[in-house]
Design a protein around this ligand. Sequence first.
Ligand SMILES: [Zn+2]
Length: 494
Amino acid sequence: MVAHQTQKQTGAQEKDDYESIIGLEVHAQLLTRSKIFCGCSTAFGGESNTHTCPVCTGQPGSLPVLNVKAVEFTIKMALACHCTISTFSLFARKNYFYPDLPKGYQISQYEYPLAKDGYMEVPVDGGKRIGIIRIHMEEDAGKLVHEGAFESSASSLVDFNRTGVPLIEIVSGPDMRTPEEAGLYLRSLRDILRYLQICDGDMEKGSFRCDANVSLRPQGQRDFGTRTELKNMNSFRHVEKALEYEIRRQTGLLEAGEEVIQETMLWDEEQGRTFPMRGKEEAHDYRYFPDPDLVPLEVSEAWIEEIRGTLPELPTEKRERFIRQYGIPEYDAAILTASQSLAAYYEECVRLFGEAKMVSNWIMGDLLRELKKDDREIEQCPVPPKHLASMLKMVTDGVISGKIAKTVFEEMYRSGEDPEKIVHEKGLIQVTDVDKIGKVIQEVLEGNPKLVEDYRKGKEQLFGFFVGQVMKATRGKANPKLVNELLRKRLSKG
Ligand SMILES: [Zn+2]
């Protein structure tokens, strides 16, 4: 550590002389049926202001009652992120005025969150730990709908359906160093939430939202630089792009000897840049205090252990098991465990067919490509595991060639038919008959006497041409190994 880093930066710094420090705050909407402090439905897309009651619209005299399911879901996430769970936590009022916040405060957790001090593994350079500072519970605000912005009749309406929907806020440590790491962290976090089935992770619908804090500091300096907070990013790609932009912007300021101002910035996807929105609030601006309408939240060790017992195998564990059990590369394992359904599909295919790497190649290649093309999830895949397995078996048994298998796969995907039926009906069975192939070879060689002569004089690269012609004449059905053998024998005969 250099002793004195206090003198002001004076331009002339190269971009690589700065280190980026990124921390993320994620809000995840919990998949409970009812809201966090009342019995109203959390269903998405209902007619405006139909999922409301005196509690979630902040009527005087109404009292909140905590939804136990929301607590259970939060504990699940906290356990999956290796957090310490507090047996005693408090709800606090975060006071601010906004038209979509009828009470004038949001119920959140402040000094005593439900969980803290955890971490998550992200697949960067063989695994990196990103600290989780805290996970706390809070309620969502409503939604403003702006109409006719530039007309004299312009108005803003408010929809309280979302008011009081349960959220967890997951605050990471300032542990990420590049936008790519931030993207990987977010994806890993979303995978876990989905594995736990406590959040649908849909960024476009707003059920998984992310704010990013970013600052720069000269390489080797321990103190953090001034940070800005980025908001309004609706996809992982946007988060990465916004961070890239903001890092460039801050680098430019520091290089010019200017200062970064602490403020909240909005990402504008269309213009591909950030805009200042407001000065950053400090916690004391919100006048947090414990909510007198809610008793302290006390959870027993026994309940925490009971919930721990319900945790499924999580993405990192599954990935490690796949590498160990199936001997597939880490890259394959990461793709195949992206969702529980895809992992289950893979395991069923391997159970039926056996060759783990061959199954992995087909799923990662042809299968995922087709699904992506149609914007389908694995759950909607028209090829069940048993069809893929029996097609692969036909390849290893020599019934069809690897090349024909591509055609069979496309047909299976299109029609949902059994591969054996497709192969028989379309006459795709591989020709392994020595006489039949020999006859085709004879025809090919007789049809190209000049080239045969050239080959025998030493132009050996023509061999591939002959193979191609034989395959073409058999419409790809000849067993390629046999074709090679027979052709070599025949050509050497002179
Ligand atoms: Zn309500």
